[in-house]
Design a binder for this molecule. Sequence first.
Ligand code: MG
Length: 125
Amino acid sequence: MKLPADSTILLVEDNHINQRLAVLTINVLALKCDVASNGREAFEMYQEKKYNLILMDMQMPVMNGVESTKMIRAFEKESGSSHRAYIVALTGSEPSEMKDICLEAGMDDFIEKPIRTEWLRTLLA
Ligand SMILES: [Mg+2]
């Protein structure tokens, strides 16, 4: 999967250190991103702005990554727009069954944290 180089990016991460690290990694490629601190916030922001890429942490307070993704996918369906965000789960030490849960929720891919510059460079061709 390749996304446009000018993709709008939403980072969804509750941990401040991980948040800072991810933003720095994104900035290394001269890219910018908006930041949400939980799944609920991400869903609200997505309703306002059609992000191309959503980097979604799994474990967050208020609303986790799986629930947020389900809501985003339902919103996309209901809005009738052809826009579809590419959602990547950011996993920590979650068990491997998480992979199936991510895909079932409507995520497109999953990577282990931290986000690597090379991976992002390849995705945003
Ligand atoms: Mg977390």
